[in-house]
Ligand binder design. Structure first.
Ligand code: 7PJ
Length: 297
């Protein structure tokens, strides 16, 4: 029976109904899949007035994402897209800090997408409640930067580094290798003093993976969720969906929503998305099916 695959591995919240994620002063119940909304920061405005406008736009975008149903906002000043050159510390701080400082009073936690310990420290001091690190705190000093705070962390798997990672990704068994890596990073984070209820894991879709690796990981998501940490999945608008649908990035909303939904059904506790409103509706349908007591006639 085809559906047994999914049924045998219900959403982790069904197994651990009281699981929570602790992020600084926030505590989020993991009883339904949470939505992390990707916040645009405009990196390419060089003049001060450009920066100011960029900050204003980011704050307005944050407000919209929250209205649409985002549970967490993710803000990043580094470029982690395939082929991207790395961004220097000063430039990353210039992109992220003015926006973070303006987002202080928001009702939802803000995550900062960075690999740099100095950005982590400064961002947490300015109110960031989570560090989203595609490098899984491997940079020297990164484990300590998170451990000395109460912030949550997302530990992501990546093979190689963004500039070259899509050139020749290779695995013998991608699900086993990614699961093993994430288990080791969770262990390192715990050893450094980061409590399990602050740790999220992420297989890193598109980060040193070919299409077949990404699809194997999606099928294998229940095994990754079996590590016992909440799993975050980021498939929104990614090139995998372009390969499947043949559509450019602007026309990948439906595919992105489908991918988020299928990831949630396979055990993702959080989905990182650009299209929050559409994703929220889809997840509400899933939630109504899985926990039918919630919807009244
Ligand atoms: C991810 C991310 C992801 C986490 C990006 C893009 C590329 N952080 N940052 N997981 N992707 N944790 O959004 O297309 O998949 S940037």
């Amino acid at each position: 029976m085809a559906s047994d695959n999914v049924k045998a591995c219900p959403h982790p919240s069904l197994l651990t109904p009281h699981a929570v994620l602790k992020l600084g002063r926030f505590s989020l119940a993991l009883e339904r899949p949470l939505i992390m909304g990707v916040l645009n920061v405009t990196p390419d405005s060089f003049s001060d007035s450009g920066r100011f406008l960029g900050t204003q736009q980011a704050v307005e975008h944050a407000r919209i994402l929250i209205e649409e149903g985002a549970d967490i906002l993710d803000i990043g000043g580094q470029s982690s897209r395939p082929g991207a050159e790395s961004v220097g510390l000063d430039e990353e701080l210039r992109r992220v800090m003015p926006v973070l400082e303006k987002l202080g009073g928001l009702p939802v936690p803000v995550s900062v997408d960075t690999c740099k310990p100095e950005v982590m420290r400064r961002a947490i001091a300015a109110g960031a409640a989570m560090v989203n690190d595609i490098n899984a705190l491997r940079e020297p000093g990164a484990l300590e930067a998170v451990a000395e705070s109460q912030a949550a962390v997302c530990l992501m798997h990546m093979q190689g580094e963004p500039r070259t990672m899509q050139q020749d990704p290779h695995y013998a068994d991608v699900v086993s290798e990614v699961t093993e890596y994430l288990a080791q990073r969770v262990e390192a984070a715990q050893q450094a003093g980061i409590a399990r209820e602050r740790i999220v894991i992420d297989p890193g879709f598109g980060f040193g993976k070919k299409t077949r690796h990404n699809l194997e990981l999606l099928r294998g998501l229940p095994r990754i969720a079996g590590l016992g940490q909440p799993v975050l999945v980021g498939l929104s608008r990614k090139s995998l969906l372009g390969k499947i649908t043949g559509k450019p990035v602007a026309d990948r909303v439906s595919a992105s929503v489908a991918a988020a939904l299928l990831a949630a059904e396979r055990g993702a506790a959080l989905v990182r998305v650009h299209d929050v409103a559409a994703t929220r509706d889809a997840l509400l349908v899933l939630d109504a099916i899985e926990r039918h007591s919630l919807v009244k006639d």
